[in-house]
Design a protein around this ligand. Structure first.
Ligand code: UD1
Ligand code: CA
Length: 458
């Protein structure tokens, strides 16, 4: 059977109290809808249709990179009505249709696979769960004689005894395409909410002799839909805990898995990585062997080589850090920075759009912007590249084995040639010759006869 997925994502999400459509809110760095889309994609789904509505074109335009069939549901007349929007494309008898919700982000692949395994040409499978407090959910009504599912009754349509049923509909269902299409045309909206309920297909299936199977979700978190920011924060923690467990299982030491956040993806992971508390990793991250990340670091879209040590309170973004280098504490590495191997970048150093060659050291209080630094260069404390004249940016080139004295300003464009030494406190505006000492500094003098002023008495 081929698989087509329909993701329902047209609802308003009023309780988010947000101008952002609900499914665009982020969990673990990805939009809610993206989690659901990726799940469908991981199941080898042939086509994924996303039914969007509230928030209008913002949803497809912000997630346009997803290979989805975007279908607008102009009026939200119920879950059945949402699925009707794609009725024409699901009809063939070789297709299983999987219905997912765009605001249920933590559904497990294994659970859905289980559901799909139960489905065939004449069997639909429904994901249910038992809840201590089933309020608000559609209840699963079973035939007392056979214990098989008979129908689903929504909270607002349920009798008092039905309201006491604790097995509920998660909304996730897998249905043979041709039957679904037929049942959609038979749905009515003669219920308490005047909506076309997708859940009414269950009673139709039973009446028409189609088997209804059910699978229980493993835990409530995987089927929890997000309606407000409290639930969003709750599922964020659940998601982070899942990721932390996966990382530890893969050999990472997390000093405290409760104080670790990955908002993106580790695309490459070495052995024996160690991460201290309150570290945030964002975007696409690659970590080499024996990387150590100190507490309170934020690292975004960065590739970190083997045996690199990032000391506490460093912020690294869009960079590459070579093997055996050391960064921080309190370092800020900005985008388009390439740091080679065995480099030391120390405290209160900011580096932007620069290359730093192997073995070089920038240990204290520097700004390095738009610079190319060679190998084994030593940049003294407080060195600043003056890369901006108020209008344009210029490059600074510092060749191999240069020694820049402390508190130097390098006014770009400028080149400091091989093995030059720059005297401390210099303002360098012209290229320096190789192997020479260059400095620009007013001569020190002592004023004879000067006396320190005394405090005047009142
Ligand atoms: C639905 C189920 C209920 C189940 C519950 C699980 C129906 C009739 N009821 O109830 O049995 O227990 O989910 O959470 O199906 N949506 C659209 N277009 C619409 C209506 C809804 O895209 O016209 C989307 C929503 O954005 C949401 C999902 O469908 O992602 C479910 O809608 P919601 O209103 O939350 O359904 P419930 O009434 O809670
Ligand atoms: Ca709901």
């Amino acid at each position: 059977m081929k698989l087509k997925t329909i993701i329902l994502a047209a609802g308003q999400g009023t309780r988010m109290k947000s101008s952002l459509p609900k499914v665009l809110h982020k969990l673990g760095g990805f939009a809610l809808l993206e989690h659901v889309f990726n799940l469908a994609a991981s199941l080898g789904c042939e086509e994924t249709s996303v039914i969007y509505g509230h928030g209008g074109e913002r949803v497809p335009s912000e997630l346009g990179y997803l290979n989805a069939n975007w279908v607008e549901q102009k009026q939200q007349l119920g879950t059945g009505h949402a699925v009707m929007q794609v009725a024409d494309s699901i009809g063939d008898d070789q297709t299983t249709v999987l219905v997912l919700y765009g605001d249920v982000p933590l559904l497990r692949k294994a659970t859905v696979q289980n559901l799909l395994d139960r489905t065939d040409e004449n069997t639909l499978a429904l994901l249910t769960i038992d809840l201590d407090d089933p309020f608000g959910y559609g209840r699963i009504v079973r035939n007392p004689a056979t214990n098989r599912i008979a129908r689903i009754v929504e909270e607002k349509d349920a009798s008092e005894s039905e309201k006491r049923l604790t097995e509920v509909n998660t909304g996730i269902v897998a249905v043979p395409g041709n039957l679904l299409r037929k049942w959609l045309s038979e749905l009515k909206n003669d219920n308490a909410q005047g909506e076309y309920y997708l859940t009414d297909i269950i009673a139709l299936a039973v009446r028409q002799g189609c088997r209804v199977e059910s699978v229980r979700a493993l835990d409530p978190e995987e089927v929890l839909g997000i309606n407000d920011r409290v639930q969003l924060a709750y599922l964020e923690r659940v998601y982070q805990r899942r990721q932390a467990v996966a990382l530890m299982t893969a050999g990472v030491t997390l000093k405290d898995p409760e104080r670790f956040d990955l908002r993106g993806q580790i695309v490459q992971l070495g052995r024996d990585v160690e991460i201290d508390i309150d570290v945030i990793l964002e975007g696409r991250i690659s970590l080499g062997d024996s990387v150590r990340i100190g507490s309170n670091c934020v690292i975004r879209n960065t590739r970190i080589g083997d045996y690199v040590e990032v000391l506490p309170y460093s912020l690294i973004e869009g960079a590459e850090i070579g093997d055996f280098s050391r960064v921080g504490p309190f370092a800020r590495i900005r985008p388009e920075t390439e740091i080679a191997d065995h480099v030391h970048v120390g405290n209160f150093v900011e580096i932007k759009k620069s290359c730093v060659g192997s073995g070089s050291k920038i240990n204290h209080l520097s700004y390095i912007g738009d610079a190319t630094i060679g190998t084994r260069v030593n940049i003294g404390a407080g060195t600043i590249t003056c890369n901006y004249d108020g209008v344009n940016k210029y490059r600074t080139v510092i060749e191999d084995e240069v020694f820049v004295g402390s508190d130097t300003q390098l006014v770009a464009p400028v080149t400091v040639r091989k093995r030059s030494t720059i005297g401390a406190g210099s303002t360098i505006t012209k290229d320096t010759p190789e192997d020479q000492l260059t400095l620009s500094r007013s001569k020190q003098c002592t004023i004879k006869g000067w006396v320190r002023p005394k405090k005047r008495s009142a």
